[in-house]
Design a binder for this molecule. Sequence first.
Ligand code: PLP
Length: 407
Amino acid sequence: MIRINENYAKLKASYLFADIARRVGAYTAAHPDKPVIRLGIGDVTEPLPPACVEALHAATDEMSKRATFKGYGPEQGYAFLRDLIAKHDYADRGCKIEADEIFVSDGSKCDCGNIQEIFASDVRLAIPDPVYPVYVDTNVMAGRTGANIDGRYQGILYLDSTASNGYVPAVPQAPADLIYLCFPNNPTGAVATRAQLEAWVAYAKLNKAVILYDSAYEAYIRDPRIPHSIYEIEGARDVAIEFRSFSKTAGFTGTRCAYTVVPKTLMAFDAAGKPQALHPLWNRRHTTKFNGVSYPVQKAAAAVFTEAGKAQVKGLTDFYLANAHLIRESMTRLGFSCVGGDNAPYIWINVGRDSWDFFDLLLEKAQVVCTPGAGFGKCGEGHVRISAFNSRENVEMALSRIADALK
Ligand code: PLP
């Protein structure tokens, strides 16, 4: 008799964004005359940078000719893209990352979801709360947790991110083996200082642990003191894997390109306590289960590193950050305390009441969709996330409607 993976039954009833879509769907069906502005899901709205579009067209033309046609490429990504990433994202920031330590993929969601496969099934997990749900749910599916009791899975060491620690968790007293960190953070928009990251690297060394560092929003950092990569911290090569994505950097959410860095010096341990390099494990996993990102998409991603591409990406992220500034200023003026929005496209707003109630209030009174903080974890209760990914016109209209609704 075929049996299901019963770990799936432990997952909370539905995915956050499915719940939001259901409520918004019900509202728009009942009020077809009231257009809704979506500042909920973190999807970009602006088109691809022209440099990327040009590269996509040129690469598509190459695919149309026998002489330049490409079939399967290297699973880990073409050397032209890995070399550019190593130079611009790492060497130029003083980080020692080699091109062959970079694995190009079709998204950070898959990478942060799949990475847990290369670790033992009984590793001790430390995961922030609130959090991008993928880190938790993929470990639940893999059977690393117990039941969800009162909003928390048994077996996870939750790292509370609250107003009292500036939404950046300090290292815990208890030991952990696999630590998820995300800065600039989704959902809070908080960033970690160099000293805070140094403490995490020291903790990982002490505990022989691995940090999974998600820096999908790195391109939004404007404060020059804030590290863009965990590898800017001395010794991080030996304890951290880093995830990056072109999604929020260059509008690739629908184009799909990302990468994961697994340094060759990064070790985990076998049952006998002997160090084993993680690079060959991830290489094995990646080449067995993934067949590479398409050539035109990798060419488009490479265009991000041209002079024109860099300027266009800066323009794009500046545009969303200006939206974020408007949102934070307006919500602060309405009396809410907010974080994020200065080095991240998300604003995390302490609404001081049930987050789904506030979500319903904004939907019904202002026809604006935000994301209820409770959907990101227990510590998200009392907060909502507003995303800066929208047109200026929509952001301004949403803020004016919110101000009217909350008068
Ligand atoms: N990591 C974080 C923190 C995110 O918020 C997202 C997307 O919203 C991703 C990863 C996924 O990015 P990608 O589009 O590369 O799958």
